[in-house]
Design a protein around this ligand. Structure first.
Ligand code: SAH
Length: 372
């Protein structure tokens, strides 16, 4: 963000927040829809262009408010069509956003935090430590940057981004309010109008927040499981010690029962050589998941320096998939995309001014771009 003023940044305001803001400055709340449309459907960067608002209102808004976009520090376009942006957020840290086109879909992988506090043993974001939560403007700003990379926003053009997954840097449920606000803009008809089926929040399993999420929204849910039992998951996802598998599974079921449709939980399972990729573990996983409506997404581990892990062999992944599929679990293997630009899962590292000092235990893995 390039804001230096004390003005209110309206970029991350959901429709409800925009209404409240307008009322707080003595204006009619029905203007909220007009302003949301200008900002998100027309790509407005200031109030002058908002010609269906009176001159007086535009002048008043310019005095107290602004539309402040994230600053793109570098962009990288992969040979396979993947695009990655590094975005500078207030305080100087960088976060990363990745767009992955596939046929007539294009999925944007959005970051929610600068770094991550969960410290999953196989994730390079975690090794960077944690700095802070992103604001709603910084979260929705990533979608805006991706859409604008195709040229000026044109509401009549086909969608450039069809799906959003909150699977970038950070644990989205640890940044609850900002992420919920940003997702509501993603799904808002007057903003980006994405279907609730095409907005997915991925979590390592923060049980109370999964329940709260179900009360407020109906996005699709993905769970980063990675292990078929508690002892192994304790090792890979330390949050499991606080919220063990049975509790997380129960929360997922509660979430699904609120949705009241045919959606299922996406189970993410990063395949790590000799750690969680054995046939017995596949069978154990099948037993674990048999009473949870879900589909399984196997993610070949993406290596990073000093991780201490290796990617599972293709044969092991295929055999694992055969076991789970044969038992009736719809299983896909995530194709590794964008790894020539370090944009694959777990390779998003940004540049985190680590407040936890955790990163000092590791050799830095930040990739500096030439343009910096
Ligand atoms: N904190 C959230 C979202 C961020 S990570 C969560 O845990 O779900 C998005 C997905 O990539 C998660 O499933 C994560 O476990 C996985 N991932 C992390 N590091 C990885 C790596 N090095 N290789 C492959 N997948 C990885």
């Amino acid at each position: 963000m390039t804001s230096s003023s004390s003005k209110t940044n309206l970029l991350g305001f959901s429709k409800a927040k925009m209404e409240a803001f307008l009322e707080s400055i003595g204006e009619k709340k029905f203007r909220a829809i007009q302003i949301v449309k200008w900002i998100h459907q027309q790509g407005a960067e200031d109030f002058e262009v908002m010609t269906n608002l009176s001159k007086d209102l535009r002048a008043k808004l310019s005095e107290v408010a602004e539309i402040c976009e994230p600053e793109v520090v570098y962009q990288d376009y992969s040979e396979d069509g993947t695009r990655k942006w590094a975005i500078r957020v207030e305080g100087g840290s960088l976060v990363e956003t990745v767009l992955i086109p596939e046929g007539d879909r294009a999925t944007l992988c959005v970051s929610s935090q600068v770094g991550c506090s969960l410290d999953c043993s196989f994730c390079s974001t975690g090794k960077q430590g944690f700095n802070r939560n992103l604001s709603a403007a910084e979260v929705i700003g990533q979608l805006r940057v991706a859409i604008k990379s195709f040229g000026p926003i044109d509401p009549k053009a086909p969608r450039r981004v069809t799906n959003v997954v909150m699977m970038g840097m950070g644990e989205p449920l640890m940044n609850f309010d900002a992420v919920v606000d940003a997702m509501s803009l993603m799904m808002e008809d007057n903003a980006y109008g994405l279907s609730k089926r095409r907005v997915t929040l991925s979590t390592a399993g923060l049980v109370p927040a999964i329940d709260r999420l179900g009360e407020l929204t109906d996005v699709s849910l993905a769970l980063s499981l990675h292990a078929p039992n508690d002892p192994l998951r304790d090792e890979l996802v330390p949050l499991n010690k606080r919220y063990p598998i049975a509790e997380v599974k129960a929360a997922c079921k509660r979430y699904l029962s609120r949705l009241n449709d045919k959606r299922v939980i996406t189970i993410e399972y990063t395949m790590i050589d000799g750690v969680n990729d054995q046939p017995d573990q596949a069978r154990e996983l099948v037993r674990l998941l048999k009473d949870l409506p879900c589909k399984l997404n196997l993610i070949p581990f993406n290596p990073f320096p000093n991780s201490g892990y290796r990617r599972s062999k293709r044969q092991a992944i295929d055999y694992f998939k055969e076991i789970t599929s044969r038992s009736g679990i719809v299983t896909t293997i995530r194709t590794t995309r964008g790894d020539d630009i370090d944009a694959a899962c777990g390779q998003l590292v940004g540049q985190v001014d680590d407040r936890t000092r955790r990163s000092q235990k590791y050799i830095p893995v930040v990739q500096q771009s030439e343009s910096e």
